[in-house]
Design a protein around this ligand. Structure first.
Ligand SMILES: CC(=O)SCCNC(=O)CCNC(=O)[C@H](O)C(C)(C)COP(=O)(O)OP(=O)(O)OC[C@H]1O[C@@H](n2cnc3c(N)ncnc32)[C@H](O)[C@@H]1OP(=O)(O)O
Ligand SMILES: CC(C)C(=O)C(=O)O
Ligand SMILES: [Mg+2]
Length: 516
């Protein structure tokens, strides 16, 4: 089994993401966590870029032990000098020198001939090697560099003393087959390449950074340059967590491993997201909030029976406590029952089935169904079971600041009879209660009315509690709905049902009214 070295460039290429600007303290905090994560190399920055970058590299070099700390440098003496100065206190320093090698870059950016580029590479690497033996050379835009010239570049860099040759697909242009082809060609044609580390550095412009990196590994890459959460210039770099977990999960295929402490992955991702302000999308592989969440009924049923059905890795492997079943409109009875049991409810199949119907209705109205919503549904269903003389079937309200509030409703009686009524009132709730009084024929008095939301958000369930008096009897009623007027009607009917169950007077009145 080969061990692939992990070169983390979150603090250098990752910080090149438009919108990210990390302070020295933040970089040190991330570097320390990268140490815990077990990366082999930290590219701490580009020392010549600014005094702040220099200080960050120097501080990380001083403080973080047990791994290689590296600084990027252009192929010019002044950059290499700055990199060396910043890395002076590192336990195991590396200078990372680069120069573009594609014709596009030579012609338009560097304005150099191929011969001049080879000379500059030779001179820069030799200059860096005077400071330390651990020198990496990157052929910027290797992805679009003519393969014959790239082989010459590698040969010159290796002869000058580079211990690592990096093959960046700087603009994320190559396909996995092409990237692997380049790596194979280099390995076949460049003398001495087997004695040094061969490194990948893939960008994600076409969404192929991770695939290209993995194809590179298949073709013989021994070091991968990656970033946490895949951050980096433009669309970003290959993400560390995806490459590492692909190797860990598919060891049977890749026959390669890394030194990464897998259970530090999630924590590192969270830290980088917090400090960079770059939110991890919920569907991001490995570290996204949904990476171990199952919503649809068929999947949830499978996971409840055996996690292997829909989980190819264990969440605890990367430091996530456990996978979760998210209840939503695609969920099924198995997951719903599991949630009820988890919440301490012991219900019959019939009760679960009844609640499940209401749960599905609620999901159509509400984006997220929380535990509080489910508790409210259960409480609400118990209410109905206790006394179901009147059940609300239909409610229509007409109201507005210039209209007379009018409620029209249809109620089903226990024997199946349907009664329809309409009434006006001082407000919409009053109109509803007047209409219900017409249905029941009961002279009831509303003693109190309270409304609150069960959960947060504009689509929260509203809970209405009422107290109703009829003669000597005072009863409470409760109703829950995403529509507060419907909740109001349900609460009042709940109270009326209790009265009916206790006295029978309203029930009789209602039957007379309904002609039964
Ligand atoms: C693919 C990559 O990710 S490469 C790394 C990219 N990262 C960064 O650029 C971040 C840090 N960069 C900086 O702070 C600045 O660009 C500095 C300090 C390095 C240089 O700043 P300036 O001296 O003002 O130059 P500027 O950035 O405008 O232009 C770059 C110059 O370097 C040259 N250059 C570019 N790459 C290299 C290289 N690898 N080796 C030598 N020279 C290079 C360019 O041709 C240009 O030279 P010119 O001025 O003769 O035309
Ligand atoms: C400096 C090099 C390694 C780079 O970031 C790139 O080419 O993308
Ligand atoms: Mg890059």
């Amino acid at each position: 089994m080969r061990t692939i070295e992990v070169f983390d460039t979150t603090l250098r290429d990752g910080e090149q993401s438009p919108g990210i600007n990390l302070s020295r303290e933040e970089k040190l905090e991330i570097a320390r966590q990268l140490g815990r994560l077990g990366v082999d190399v930290i590219e701490a920055g580009f020392a010549a870029a600014s005094p702040g970058d220099f200080e960050s590299v120097a501080e990380i070099a001083r403080e973080v032990r047990g791994l290689t700390v590296c600084s990027l440098a252009r192929s010019v003496q002044s950059d290499i000098d700055r990199a060396y100065e910043a890395l002076r206190d590192a336990e195991d320093p590396r200078i990372h020198v680069f120069l573009a090698t594609s014709d596009i870059h030579l012609q338009h950016k560097l304005r150099l001939t191929r011969e001049q580029v080879l000379e500059q590479i030779d001179a820069a690497v030799r200059y860096a090697v005077k400071y330390m033996s651990n020198v990496e050379f990157s052929a910027e835009d290797a992805g679009r560099t003519d393969i014959d010239f790239l082989c010459q570049v590698a040969e010159v860099a290796i002869r000058a003393g580079a211990k690592v040759f990096n093959v960046p697909d700087t603009v994320g242009y190559l396909t996995p087959q092409e990237y692997a082809g380049k790596i194979r060609a280099l390995r076949e044609r460049v003398p001495g390449i087997e004695k040094i580390k061969l490194s990948s550095h893939c960008h994600d412009d076409l969404g192929m950074a991770v695939s290209n990196t993995l194809a590179g590994i298949e073709a013989g890459i021994t070091q991968v340059e990656v970033t946490i959460n895949g951050i980096g210039e433009r669309a970003g770099n290959a993400s560390l967590e995806e490459v590492v977990m692909a190797l860990a999960t598919r060891q049977d295929f890749y026959q390669a491993k890394t030194n990464i402490v897998l259970n530090q992955i999630y924590r590192t991702s969270r830290l980088v997201s917090k400090l960079t302000g770059f939110v991890v999308p919920p569907n991001k592989a490995i570290v996204g909030a949904n990476a171990f969440a199952h919503e649809s009924g068929i999947h949830q049923d499978g996971v409840l029976k055996e996690k292997l059905t829909y989980e190819i890795m264990k969440p605890e492997t990367i430091g996530v406590a456990e996978s979760k079943l998210v209840l939503g409109k695609h969920s099924g009875r198995h997951a719903f029952r599991e949630k009820l049991t988890e919440m301490g409810y012991q219900l019959s199949d019939e009760e679960v089935n009844e609640l499940f119907k209401r749960f599905k209705d609620l999901c159509d109205k509400k984006k997220t169904v929380t535990d509080d919503d489910i508790a409210a549904l259960v409480d609400d269903s118990h209410t109905v079971e206790r006394s179901d003389l009147y059940q609300l079937e239909y409610l229509h309200i007409s109201a507005g600041n210039t209209a007379v509030p009018t409620a029209t409703l249809r109620v089903r009686l226990a024997d199946g009879t349907v009664v329809e009524e309409a009434a006006v009132g001082n407000g919409a709730v009053d109109a509803i209660y007047q209409a219900i009084d017409r249905v029941t024929g009961g002279a009831t008095e509303l003693v109190s009315y309270q409304i609150q939301s069960v959960t947060g958000g504009r689509d929260a369930l509203g809970e209405v509690r009422v107290q109703v008096r009829q003669g000597e009897a005072v009863v409470s009623g409760r109703g829950v709905s995403t529509d507060v007027l419907e909740a109001s009607a349900k609460a009042y009917l709940d109270a009326v049902n209790r009265l009916a169950a206790g006295q029978g007077r309203s029930a009789g009145a209602a039957r007379v009214k309904a002609g039964v």
